[in-house]
Structure formats: structure tokens, C-alpha cells
Design a protein around this ligand. Structure first.
Ligand code: ATP
Length: 468
């Protein structure tokens, strides 16, 4: 059931692509909104100033002042004005940065008009609530925004699934605070990458990002690694050495596999979290740290607490904010994009050219459970690229070193020996792709030709990753 906007709420649509802007404007007008259009960042700011819209749809990539600059300019005004940003297809950096700068939500291109309507409705509802709360509190807000132009080697988190979009949002929100964050996910899901993104998008990005793998440290060395040691503290300590907390000053420390920490070290970390204090091993001087503490684990820490292996008080202190990364098998829509990024990286790393996946291999990788998550996918594709020797990767190359999983179709088989579901999906995918090409990418015509609705076509394009 759709509810129409009450008294013509105003939406400003800032998008440099005229065709996209036009279709957004038409669809919003059809829903009863008043629409103001802007073709670049300056027009958007002028329009917001002049028309006081209730919400803004903001393309991030525009000539001149881009979407991120518009968000920075709006600063504290964003508390009153929900901005839904539109990002290019797939990547995370711009989305995280937009959330950090106060955007309400984001949509990735290509988006579907129903999704736009729903997101805007939610944004407007939240704005109404926020206005009520403010009227009650009559509280003024301060800006803590600062433009961050350091666009450099941030490792890009890839993902377009709904669950990964939630992860990007959570990173953006956590990056705006200094709270301790616990990142939870199976091995290889990208916990370290998420921690790095959190650091990169925080106010500490110019400081160090120090990772400690708590699981890899020999028990006797944990404390000296974390807190440093004085000369003569133990045999072999021939000079004073600063620990990781000292090295993380002004930045972020990642306690990876925090569930593996021995209890003695847990007590010391608790002290750092509570009092920001520690001593080097063998030392008496009390040192202070301002490092932001991020931890990661593949374990269920609440079970570790119940089993008496992890301190409950430390668990609560580490878990102020929590980011859960779902396993890859729960987000197969991310697999084609990840595969693409992995192949491009392998090309750069090894000087190979034009690595590609055959359609059959793409089906195979989407259907595998990947218990080792993205890391396993990376390894399998790197091995497959070598086995394929420059030709498109086939399913058999994926199994270069692994036993065949009989549940996975080896190739699209015209004789129908494939599981029916995979075969039908492949036929459907190819039919849609051909129709899209025949209609020059025009989705309305393609949908008519295939005898399905535009909505169904959009869903299928997304499902099979057939974006132009
Ligand atoms: N969303 C993603 N986008 C791009 N690369 C990813 C993503 N997730 C994971 N990776 C890649 O997968 C590999 C494993 O990631 P990472 O080391 O961050 O995982 P982890 O969860 O910390 O694993 P572990 O618990 O085993 O330490 C890395 O090479 C990383 O670059």
C-alpha cells in the first residue's frame, strides 16, 4: 500500500545526467512531491538555500563541486535535511565517506525508482521525528565537519548487497565517533579491511593504523608487544622498546583475534580502556594512550565469556559499537564484483592482461559456499588465472588444487545434465543479456520485448549482474 506525501513535500534532485534527473523528477512528481532540479553541486547548494527542500537526492559524482563537497558545505544543516546520496556502482569508499559526512542513506547506481521512493519516505519520516525531538529539546548542534582531501591508498571494500551496504553505513557512523568498535565475522570476511576503512574515514586518518594479531603472538611476548618493555625487563631485552599502543598514538589500534588474548593481557587492556593507562613490561612509569581501540574476532565472544575464557567487563568495553560482516555465502550478489576486483588486482600484480571469467565459471563461483570467504575466493581465482594461461577462466580451472565439489555444476551443459535451477538461470540470463543488447540498453523496450515488467527486469539485471 503506498501512502502519498501529505502537503507536497519538496525534494531537490541534484544529478548531472539529464536523463537520470528527468526520470527521477517524473517519478517523484507522480508520487505528489514538488521537485527542484539541480545539474551540479553549486546549483544544488543555491537550490537548497532558496527553496528549503524537505529532502535531497544527491549524486556524488558531478562536475565542479561534487556531492561530498556539497555535504561538507551543508555541515550542521544536515541534521535537519535528509540527504540520500547516489553513488557509482559497487564500491565503498564514497558511500562510507558520505555517511560519515552526515548523509542519511545512499543508493548505488543503477537504482530502481521504487527503492528511491522508499528510501525518501523513510528519510522524510525520520526528519519529522527529528524535528519533534528538537522542538522538545530546543537544542542547538555544532559542526565537527572537516573536509578531508586525502584521497589515497585506501583499500576499497567491495560489495553491493544489502547486508554489505549496512556494513558501509555502520563504518561511516562509527568513523564519526571515537568509541571502541568490535568487528565480528568469519575468517576471511574482511574484518581487517573494515578496520582499515574505519581508520581511514575517521578524524585519525593521518595517524598510524597499527594491527596486532593477538592470536599469533607467543604467550610470553603478548604484553611486551602490546605495551613495550624496558631494558633488562627479561633476558634478551637489551634495550627499551615501545609497544604497539605507543606506536598507535594519535591513530587506531586493531586488536585482531582479540578472543585469543590470555587473561593477564585482557586485564591490562581493560585498564587501557578504562583509564587510558599502561606501563611497559619491567617499567614503573605510567604511560597514557589516546589510540582508538578497534578489535576483531571470528569467535562468539559471549560464549567465550560464558566459558570463563574472556573477561565479561572487557567484552562490554570492546563491544560499544559492533559491526557484523556476514559470510560470503549469504551475499552471493557481491561475488561477481569481488571477482572482477580480484582479477584486476591480479593483472596489476602479475603484469597479466585481460583476465576474464567464462559465464560458466561465474555461475560456479556464485554457487559455491566459500567457507574461507573472500580470502578463499581470492586464492581460488589467482590459482585459476594461472591455470587458464591467459584464456577465460573455466570452472575446471577453479579446482586447480582443490577436490571437485560434486554439488557445483562444472559447466553449462546443453544436454541438460546441470542442476535444473542453474541451467534455467543461465538461459534466463543469456536471454536478458541478448535482449538488452538488441534494444541498445533501453530497459523499457527490453522489458516489453521480454514480456516482463520493468521492475522484474531491474531485479533480474541486479540478480545476474548485467549492468552495462
Ligand atoms: N569486501 C571486500 N572487498 C574487497 N576485498 C575484500 C573484501 N573482504 C575481504 N577482502 C579481501 O579478502 C582478504 C581477507 O580479508 P581480511 O584479512 O580483512 O579478512 P579477516 O576477516 O580479517 O580474516 P581473518 O579473520 O582470517 O584474519 C583480503 O585480501 C582482503 O583484501
Amino acid at each position: 500500500m503506498t501512502t502519498r506525501p501529505t502537503e507536497a513535500e519538496t525534494i531537490l534532485v541534484a544529478e548531472d545526467d539529464r536523463a537520470i534527473r528527468f526520470s527521477l523528477a517524473c517519478s517523484l512528481k507522480a508520487e505528489g512531491y514538488r521537485v527542484i532540479e539541480a545539474g551540479d553541486g553549486d546549483e544544488a547548494l543555491a537550490g537548497i538555500d532558496r527553496e528549503r527542500p524537505d529532502a535531497v537526492l544527491l549524486d556524488l559524482k558531478m562536475p565542479g563541486r561534487d556531492g561530498l563537497a556539497v555535504l561538507a558545505e551543508l555541515g550542521p544543516a544536515l541534521a535537519d535535511l535528509p540527504v540520500v546520496v547516489i553513488t557509482a556502482y559497487g564500491g565503498s569508499a564514497a558511500a562510507i565517506e558520505a555517511m560519515r559526512r552526515g548523509a542519511y542513506d545512499y543508493l548505488s547506481k543503477p537504482f530502481d525508482l521504487d527503492e528511491v521512493q522508499l528510501t525518501l519516505k523513510r528519510a522524510l519520516r525520520q526528519r519529522a521525528l527529528a524535528c519533534e525531538v528538537r522542538a522538545l529539546r530546543a537544542k542547538s548542534e555544532e559542526s565537527n565537519e572537516e573536509a578531508d582531501d586525502s584521497a589515497d591508498a585506501e583499500p576499497e571494500l567491495i560489495g553491493r548487497s544489502a547486508v554489505m551496504r549496512e556494513v558501509f553505513k555502520a563504518i561511516g557512523l562509527a568513523a564519526a565517533t571515537d568509541a571502541a568498535v568490535l568487528i565480528v565475522g568469519e575468517s576471511g570476511t574482511g574484518k581487517e579491511l573494515v578496520a582499515a576503512a574505519l581508520h581511514h574515514h575517521s578524524d585519525r586518518s593521518s595517524g598510524p593504523f597499527i594491527r596486532v594479531n593477538c592470536g599469533a603472538l607467543p604467550e610470553g611476548l603478548v604484553e611486551s608487544e602490546l605495551f613495550g618493555h624496558e631494558r633488562g625487563a627479561f633476558s634478551g631485552a637489551d634495550r627499551q622498546k615501545p609497544g604497539r599502543f605507543e606506536r598507535a598514538a594519535g591513530g587506531t589500534i586493531l586488536l585482531d583475534e582479540v578472543g585469543e588474548l590470555p587473561l593477564a593481557a585482557q586485564a591490562k587492556i581493560l585498564r587501557v580502556l578504562q583509564q587510558r593507562e599502561f606501563e611497559r613490561v619491567g617499567g614503573t612509569e605510567i604511560l597514557r594512550t589516546d589510540a582508538r581501540i578497534v578489535s576483531a574476532t571470528h569467535r562468539d565472544l559471549s560464549k567465550e565469556v560464558a566459558a570463563g575464557r574472556f573477561r565479561e567487563d572487557l567484552y562490554y568495553r570492546l563491544n560499544v559499537a559492533r559491526i557484523v560482516i556476514p559470510p560470503l555465502r549469504d551475499r552471493p550478489d557481491d561475488i561477481p564484483l569481488l571477482a572482477e576486483a580480484i582479477l584486476r588486482r591480479a593483472e596489476r600484480r602479475h603484469g597479466w592482461t585481460e583476465l576474464s571469467l567464462s559465464p560458466e565459471a561465474l555461475i560456479a563461483i556464485r554457487e559455491r559456499p566459500w567457507p574461507g570467504n573472500v580470502r578463499q575466493l581470492e586464492n581460488a581465482l589467482s590459482r585459476a588465472a594461472i591455470a587458464a594461461r591467459g584464456r577465460p577462466i573455466l570452472p575446471e580451472h577453479l579446482d586447480a588444487d582443490e577436490p571437485l565439489d560434486p554439488a557445483v555444476p562444472a559447466a553449462v551443459d546443453p544436454a541438460g545434465l546441470l542442476p535444473l535451477r542453474a541451467l534455467l538461470a543461465e538461459v534466463e540470463r543469456q536471454a536478458i543479456r541478448r535482449a538488452l543488447v538488441a534494444c541498445g540498453g533501453n530497459r523499457t523496450k527490453t522489458a516489453e520485448r521480454l514480456g516482463i515488467s520493468r521492475r522484474q527486469l531491474f531485479d533480474k539485471i541486479r540478480e545476474y549482474d548485467l549492468h552495462p
